[in-house]
Design a protein around this ligand. Structure first.
Ligand code: NAI
Ligand code: MHF
Length: 264
């Protein structure tokens, strides 16, 4: 028996290093993933990753996107990451910010390339319970997911979603297609209007409770606690929280969620 996991995603803002240290020590998640938002340099990602790994003693995963890089750039990054003893990577296609290169149009090609360069990397990929906005259907999206897993993903982290029933349908469909790697449910607490606007920008469904809510922070925290507890009760492999460095909201959520042993 193993316990359901809890992992968190943070932005590598070194100005917040005291909060990073305090809350990660308090929560002690199974691992921390460090997002590669365009406003942070790769150096700050590496600095944050090294700090979490060496000073706080929690495994780290860093994100690498392929859409904006060619093979030479990926080679340089992999050398750098390897020299820093980081072997866990979330390989993504990435958002289109207008600086597109042609070597890695899909995450699966990046996974294949990285595996061919160094088989030691432990690779995670993304998946979409509410279906990727560019995919024609759940079935088509899951076929592409299978290609990506076969290329060498050890684990998947889902895009955020707000309807657990869609997540359970998605998990059923992955099982039918023989996708057998662990899948972590990616959860984003929506406690601020700027997050709502960001979700609209990337064409995500907006959860119902947002409509006309005059205390979005507390409503968002409560919604997330209920969502996570329902997922844990329904035997998800793990929860991956997109914290966006909202420390106090995440802290209240983590205090109120209950994990259990997994039946294997
Ligand atoms: N934790 C994180 O930072 C996460 C980030 N994301 C973001 O999601 C976006 C997409 O990234 P990925 O999931 O890595 O992309 P992906 O390359 O796996 O898939 C993107 C789209 O392309 C389609 N596709 C894949 N292979 C195909 C093929 N061979 N032919 C035709 N269509 C194909 C997929 O069905 C999907 O609609 C990025 O913006 C990424 O940054 C998503 C989830 C988590
Ligand atoms: N399409 C896509 N792109 C991503 O970068 C992405 C996903 N999906 N899904 C999962 C996580 C969530 N990510 C996020 C999302 C927002 C912030 C964030 O800090 N947002 C700003 C507001 C948005 C803005 O103004 O740019 C914030 O201060 O909350 C951080 C990480 C990164 N990841």
């Amino acid at each position: 028996m193993s316990k359901q996991t809890l992992s968190v995603e943070i932005a590598p803002d070194m100005l917040q290093i005291k909060s990073i240290r305090y809350y990660l020590n308090k929560w002690h998640p199974d691992f921390v993933s460090i997002s590669n938002l365009s406003r942070f340099s790769f150096d700050s990602i590496m600095q944050c990753a090294n700090y979490v790994k060496k000073e706080i003693n929690i495994p780290v995963i860093i994100h690498i996107t392929g859409i904006n890089r060619d093979r030479n750039e990926i080679d340089r990054l992999l050398t750098h990451v390897h020299n820093n003893n980081i072997h866990n990577l979330l390989l993504l296609r990435g958002d289109n910010h207008g600086h597109i290169k042609n070597d890695f149009p899909y995450a699966s090609e990046l996974v294949k390339y990285v595996k061919s360069k160094n088989d030691e990397f432990k690779i995670m990929g993304a998946c979409y319970p509410e279906v990727h906005p560019e995919a024609q259907s759940l079935v088509e999206d899951i076929q592409h997911l299978k290609t990506k897993v076969n290329a060498g993903c050890n684990q998947l982290i889902s895009q955020m979603f707000f309807d657990n029933q869609k997540y359970y349908q998605f998990i059923d469909e992955t099982k039918k297609q023989n996708i057998n790697v662990p899948i972590l449910a990616g959860i984003m607490p929506v406690t601020e209007m700027k997050t709502v606007n960001w979700l609209k920008k990337i064409k995500m469904n907006i959860p119902q409770f947002i409509q006309n809510n005059n205390d979005l922070k507390q409503a968002g925290i409560n919604f997330t606690i209920e969502q996570i507890n329902d997922l844990y009760k329904n035997n998800v492999d793990g929860i991956h929280l997109y914290t966006m460095n909202n420390w106090s909201a995440t802290d209240e959520i983590i205090k109120n969620i209950k994990r259990s042993e997994l039946n294997e």
